[in-house]
Design a protein. Sequence first.
Length: 151
Amino acid sequence: MNTPEAYAAKAKDLFLSGYNCAQAVLLAFDDVTGLDRQTAARLASSFGGGMGRLREVCGAVSAAFMVAGLTGGYDDPKAREEKAAHYAEIQALANDFKQENGSIVCRELVGLNADGSPVPAPRTAEYYKKRPCADLVADAARMLALHLSQR
């Protein structure tokens, strides 16, 4: 496993290369999830822009939850203790992100409401200047790596 700073840098670089926020975080953890790039990118593709540009839960946070589930989740529907322990970890991740960034909700983080359009904004210099997404992606990856290292 890499350092939290290495995961943060990798996720940020992936976002800046054009991947959405969820894809960037999930792809950054390919060494621990075992997912190939195409599968990970497709799995996370729906979660960008707070779930398909609906501006709901931040895609970077959603992907952190995906990684947590892939690496320590449960698969037995009757595993009540494992389910509770996993949900406790997810809530801790959410609380850490919220404490540092003020929210886990995309529209609150970026100051944009859903406009009904499925078309993402072009990734221009102005886009990167106005939106905190690259830093939020790095924060989610760093926090996730810290949580994983403490298991």
